[in-house]
Design a protein around this ligand. Structure first.
Ligand code: HGY
Ligand code: MN
Ligand code: MN
Ligand code: MN
Length: 399
């Protein structure tokens, strides 16, 4: 079966009617359909599927065991995301297993294909939720209290999916099973296009995090309240968007994005009482990421004071920069005959796991350079090249 055929099946689930793309979030109905799809595809290949304590799926070729070669990615998406971010790594992993069998290869180590839940944090706000829980990178009790926009907590969602919230958290057994982890992913920029190469190896991930800023003012009537009498939290929120742009422009290599603003209560003729705004900030290292955020936070306080509003800033998640294991990068590039080594501004479960187990990533060329949007793309030929590269790498690691 081709990667394209598997991606075609995945694309039947979770279409977003607003401007195209897909919306599939941890343990929602689209995600549960795809988890069932994965379980069927694994069973079709004779792979035994288990669900770990934190909701990751593991499909085993042979007996489950320690020191395994593990590959996989995620099936959830951002709101209105593309067809490849996540699914490509899962589909390519299944096809790589098919290719290895066609080649008559038998692994000398346990080999598993994994699906990590809620990588994008599209439902509960915390990116790489599954891998953070597995590695203990997030406080379990705090994570279980996270809630989606409908007020459903992670604990409730896990229980609805048949998981026991009491068993969530750092999973030594799962970690000891990963001898090496390789995630294949669509590239989220134009690095491979510029280098004219279908496949590359990931070099590093930017430091990045998410902050929630809450501006509180005075809810009031849009027509009856004189302009001079207002304490409108939308005004500092608007200024904050511009301040974020200015701060990230001033610090080399950094990025700041406000992709989500929620005014409460949210009426056209109502001055909001509060405005929540989420900042995504990234840079090459901890120092510069912290500097960008400090600059934006200072602006937030000044903007709030100017409007007679209050502001609180809450760090919702943070991860320092990751440089993938140099020896493993070189080894895998060598297996593939020498491929480019590229940095990325996107986060991945592989980036979380890298602090605990030997970890590497393969990237597949994306001609549009766009990601987290419907225009994200990889050609069928490049997807197959990615699966062949992954098969080569797995064969080398499990030889
Ligand atoms: O990079 C991100 O926003 C996410 O971790 N995929
Ligand atoms: Mn993503
Ligand atoms: Mn991804
Ligand atoms: Mn009225």
């Amino acid at each position: 079966m081709s990667v394209a055929a598997l991606l075609g099946a995945i694309s039947a689930v979770g279409a977003d009617g607003r401007r195209g793309g897909f919306s599939r979030h941890g343990f929602d109905s689209a995600d549960m359909q795809l988890r069932a799809w994965f379980t069927e595809e694994a069973a079709r290949r004779g792979l035994a599927v288990e669900t770990d304590r934190n909701g990751a799926l593991w499909a085993w070729w042979g007996e489950p065991g320690d020191d395994a070669v593990v590959t996989g990615s995620h099936l959830d998406s951002v709101p209105g995301g593309g067809a490849y971010d996540g699914p490509l790594g899962v589909a390519a992993a299944l096809v790589a297993v098919d290719l290895l069998r066609e080649r008559g290869f038998t692994p000398n180590r346990p080999l598993a294909v994994t699906v990590f839940p809620e990588e994008e944090g599209g439902r509960f706000g915390l990116a790489c939720l599954g891998s953070r829980l597995m590695t203990g990178a997030v406080d379990t009790a705090a994570a279980l209290r996270l809630s989606d926009p409908d007020g459903v907590t992670l604990a409730d969602a896990l229980a609805s999916a048949g998981l026991d919230p009491a068993h969530v958290g750092r999973d030594e057994r799962a970690l000891s099973r990963i001898g090496v982890f390789v995630e294949l992913h669509v590239e989220q920029g134009r690095g491979l296009v510029d280098l004219d190469a279908p496949v590359g190896v990931a070099h590093s991930i930017l430091a990045h995090g998410r902050w929630r800023l809450r501006f509180t003012g005075e809810g009031n009537h849009a027509g009856a309240t004189l302009m001079a009498d207002r304490r409108d939290p939308m005004v500092p929120a608007a200024g904050l968007v511009l301040a974020a742009r200015r701060a990230a422009t001033a610090i080399a290599g950094s990025r700041a994005t406000v992709g989500r603003i929620v005014p409460v209560p949210g009426g056209t003729n109502v001055i909001p009482s509060t405005v929540d705004l989420w900042l995504d900030a990234r840079a090459g290292d901890d120092l510069r990421t912290r500097a960008v955020v400090a600059e934006i936070e200072a602006a937030a306080r000044e903007l709030a004071a100017d409007e007679g509003c209050a502001v609180t800033v809450t760090e919702e998640s943070y991860g320092d920069a990751v440089v993938f294991d140099a020896a493993l990068r070189e080894e895998l590039s060598g297996v593939l005959g020498g491929v480019p080594d590229l940095p990325t501004g996107a986060g991945h479960d592989a980036g979380i796991l890298a602090a605990h187990v030997p970890t590497a990533m393969l990237f597949v060329r994306n001609p549009t350079g766009v990601s987290h949007a419907p225009e994200e793309f990889a050609s069928d030929a490049d997807c197959e090249a990615g699966a062949r590269a992954l098969a080569d790498v797995l064969a080398h690691l499990a030889r």
